[in-house]
Design a protein around this ligand. Structure first.
Ligand SMILES: *Cc1c(COP(=O)(O)O)cnc(C)c1O
Length: 468
């Protein structure tokens, strides 16, 4: 194959070619970029030749030129699309980690757009005309909603855990139950964060049982805090015991050692009242007397990615003053989105406005209606898909409420000639990618996470991908 290398055209020749000027005219990229790309493609073909990987019969100069231009055009087409694209989540998993967790409310998006298009009061006090603090923007909302004395927002909850440990427990001991040394999907481990922050981990109890005296016996002069980590992404069943919050708070008061709880998801909405799961609310935790609490902005709260830290003013003030707070600070888009999200809660409209809450509490009958609409729309067209509706369950996702199965109705879709994996692949590659579940050789659509507008698009996608 290497003998054909001599047929490879020079960049100079390619650029002088009629096709190059045609492409350059419509491409909307500079000639410089186009030259770089065609050089890349020639390199690619050279490598294919050297590795005997070029699938081409009777190689000649002309065929190679055609092939290189074909590759260039393909590259151009690929470049038109953004790499970060919207997809339709038809899995029913509300907080799908790989699909960007919480989708934002209309209010949050409008507020982000407005702030992004203008200058803003990010660090500007309108009353005094002087410098203001970005942290104060949403602190009041959070205090109002949770009853906490103070709050600070950082990049994400992992950053929140890091900041708390670094600022309040550097070089000192932190006592945590062995049953709570969790790893959260995608490389977040409490023990590693602890090591990174140079706090000293003192693990007590066993995987399944930790008693109050385990904590008490571990307290020394060098103890900086008691840490509780919410086991948000797993559940141990059977012979287990953990110390309840009230008891632990009592110990922390007695020994004058602060108690910090990493809540993980952290919900302001009482799902238990809706008979969904057993997730404690953030407000409950503040009431119980936990000194410092942190939780994610884009899990059950349903806002943008952020880490919210709340608690006693004397601790939060220490966090605000720490150098790391500057390193981990959030940008104006996060603050804008978070402000609008929190305002939905303040107006008591979260069930309507915040998609995460709305989708979790949606009753199965509403989803059944959507499934029926889909079925009617698809079967009223000339379709070769075979569909039926079945009772199933959806997951909250995002490592949140793992034990909860939300009652739902799903549409099973099959096809005579397309395998379920092939249907799923085609749907993923549609103009608006549709992500589905595949189970027992049928594609499963759960419309819990699909809006009415999106439902139309899913129908379109199916009609488009079926063999003609
Ligand atoms: C999700 C989670 C984190 C990490 O939060 P991010 O916002 O993803 O950084 C930390 N601790 C617990 C218990 C969690 O569930």
């Amino acid at each position: 194959m290497t003998s054909y290398l001599r047929y490879l055209p020079s960049i100079h020749k390619l650029k002088a070619h009629r096709r190059f000027s045609e492409i350059a005219e419509t491409a909307q990229v500079s000639e410089e970029v186009l030259t770089n790309w065609i050089t890349e493609q020639v390199q690619e073909v050279r490598i294919q030749m050297v590795n005997d990987g070029l699938q081409m019969e009777d190689i000649n100069r002309e065929k190679l030129v055609d092939y290189i231009f074909l590759l260039l055009e393909r590259k151009l087409r690929g470049n038109k699309e953004n790499q970060l694209r919207p997809v339709i989540n038809a899995t029913g998993v509300v907080l799908h980690t790989n699909l960007g967790r919480a989708r934002l409310s209309r209010q949050a998006i409008d507020q982000i757009t407005e702030i992004a298009l203008s200058y803003s009061t990010l660090e500007y006090n309108l009353k005094t005309g002087e410098r203001g603090s970005r942290q104060s923007i949403i602190e009041n909302y959070i205090k109002q909603l949770t009853g906490a004395e103070a709050a600070i927002v950082v990049n994400n909850n992992a950053a929140a855990v890091f900041l708390v440990l670094k600022a309040l427990a550097f070089g000192k001991e932190v006592i945590v139950s062995r049953g709570e040394l969790v790893e959260i999907g995608g490389s977040f481990r409490i023990s590693s964060i602890m090591e990174e922050s140079q706090a000293i981990l003192v693990d007590v109890g066993t995987t399944n049982k930790t008693h109050l005296h385990d904590y008490e016996n571990a307290i020394t002069e060098n103890t900086a805090m008691l840490l509780k980590v919410h086991k948000s992404n797993f559940k141990i069943f059977g012979f287990t015991e953990e110390v309840d919050t009230d008891e632990l708070v009592r110990v922390s008061r007695y020994y004058h050692i602060p108690i910090y709880e990493d809540l993980g998801s952290g919900t302001l909405f009482d799902f238990q009242e809706k008979k969904i799961g057993a997730e404690p609310t953030v407000q409950d935790k503040v009431q119980a007397g936990i000194d410092i609490i942190s939780f994610s902005g884009d899990k059950l709260l349903g806002g943008p990615q952020a880490g919210v830290i709340i608690g006693k003013k004397k601790y939060i003030d220490q966090l605000k003053k720490h150098q790391l707070a500057r390193v981990l600070r959030v940008d104006k888009f996060t603050l804008a989105g978070l402000e609008a999200t929190l305002k939905s809660y303040i107006r008591n409209q979260e069930q309507k406005e915040v998609p995460t809450i709305r989708d979790i509490v949606t009753p199965s009958e509403t989803i059944l209606k959507k499934a029926n609409v889909f079925l009617q729309k698809l079967t009223s067209e000339d379709t070769t898909f075979i569909c039926d509706i079945e009772k199933e369950s959806s997951r909250v996702g995002g490592g949140t409420m793992p034990e909860v199965a939300l009652e739902t109705y799903v549409v099973h879709v099959k096809h005579d000639t397309l395998s379920s994996d092939e249907i799923a692949r085609r749907l993923r590659n549609y103009t608006i990618p549709v992500v589905v579940r595949v189970k027992n050789d049928s594609v499963i659509l759960d419309f819990r996470t699909v809006t009415e507008d999106e439902l139309e698009k899913v129908v379109e996608a199916f009609l488009h991908i079926q063999p003609q």
